[in-house]
Ligand binder design. Sequence first.
Ligand code: SF4
Length: 219
Amino acid sequence: MLHSPPDSDSRRKRLLENHVTRLHRCRSCPRVIPPPVSGGAVGSDVMIIGQAPGVREPTLKRPFAHTAGKTLFRWFEESCGLDEATMRARIYFAAVIRCFPGKAPGGSDRMPATDEIRNCSGWMTAEFEILRPRLVIPVGRLAIMQFIDCQKLDEVIGRSFLVSRGEVDFDLIPLPHPSGASPWHKISPGRELVVKAMRQISRHSAIKNLTRSSQRSQR
Ligand code: SF4
C-alpha cells in the first residue's frame, strides 16, 4: 500500500489536540488506574510505542518519566544526538494501554489484560490515521507483538520490518524494554543487538529529518 499524502500540519495538529483531549477523559477499563498518560499532541513522522505507564507516570504526566525513560533517552542521545526535551517535543509517544494497570500480586506491574489492550487499541488506530507515521519504534515485547510476531527478542531486535496498519505503511524498528526488570539489553547478544537497532534508527530518514530540524532551531 502507498502512503497517502499527510494532512497539513495545522489540520494534523488540530486533530491531534482533539484526540488527546478525548483520550485524557477515557475511563473504558474498570480495572486500570486512571488518568490516561499522554505525551501530548505532537505532530510527527515518528511514533514511539511503550507498553503501559508505570506507577509514577500518571503523577508526572508524561510517558517514560522514570528509570526506563532514562535508559531509553540515553540510547537516543548517544545514537541519534537527540536529547530528551527534543524527543518529547518532536516524537509522538503512544502505548499499548495508556493507564497504569496496577500491581500484580507479586508486586510487579500487572500485565495489561486482553480486553484492556483491545479497548485501548482504538486510540492507537486513530493516531495512525492522523499521523501516518513513517517510522514506528515499539519498545518491549508487548508493544512489538501488536505489530509482528515476537517469540524471542533476539529474533527481532536489530532488524527493520515493513508493516501496515489500516492504510498506513511504515518501517518498524523494535527495541527491548529498557526497564531494569529484564537484563536482556545489558548482556550479549542483547547489548550488541540494541546497538544495531539504534544504528538503524539513527540512519532512518524520518530521524535524520528530526535531527536536522533540531540543529536548525538551535542555531
Ligand atoms: S487503558 Fe486505554 S481504553 Fe482503558 S481506560 Fe485507559 S485510556 Fe481508556
